[in-house]
Write a protein that binds this ligand. Structure first.
Ligand SMILES: [Fe+2]
Length: 178
């Protein structure tokens, strides 16, 4: 019985995961924002002003980072909060066509890379402070947009919006880097 119920769940139906029901108007506004960077940013600023996002409400993954999905809609827009342990580092990774990332607390070092065949070249390294955001737009259907690696220099909390499942982002291993 349980199996049949699970099979009947439409995985692309609107879903609120750990977001609170009263936050749904914000999630709906994000869905209607058509990936307009200014609209998305202003919705997020209002959301963060209206709801205290406390680092202790999110799981600590020692030496790494945890991902908590607040909302995912039927066209795969995803709102995620990441809690980072000090020193946590991502792999070098690409993204779907739309990426928005806002640092709520902590400090990031962000290394950016450019794809060169099956390799990547480092093109920049910048720090990101709380209150600063990044918004990048690339090619739809590709998962090698905005290739970067994030290192949390302090324990950190960040908010992310993607136009698709971020876990589909292409991964580049260190030995391909030069
Ligand atoms: Fe990323």
């Amino acid at each position: 019985m349980m199996e049949a119920e699970i099979e009947n769940i439409d995985i692309i139906a609107p879903q609120v995961h750990f977001g609170k029901p009263e936050q749904e108007p914000y999630f709906n506004q994000l869905s209607l924002a058509c990936y307009d960077p200014e609209k998305i940013h202003s919705i997020i600023i209002r959301f963060l002003n209206d709801y205290e996002i406390n680092i202790n409400d999110f799981p600590l993954d020692k030496g790494s980072y945890s991902r908590t999905i607040l909302f995912r809609n039927q066209s795969y827009l995803e709102l995620m909060i990441a809690r980072w342990d000090k020193g946590a580092k991502t792999q070098i990774h690409g993204h779907p066509d739309f990426v928005y990332e806002y640092l709520i607390d902590g400090l990031f070092q962000i290394e950016s890379f450019k794809k060169n065949g099956s390799y990547v070249n480092k093109i920049a390294s910048n720090s990101q402070q709380p209150g600063e955001f990044i918004c990048l737009q690339g090619f739809k259907g590709q998962f090698d947009n905005a290739i970067h690696r994030i290192t949390a220099k302090k324990e950190s909390l960040s908010l992310h919006i993607y136009s698709d499942n971020a876990l589909k982002g292409e991964i580049f291993t260190d030995f391909k880097t030069f």
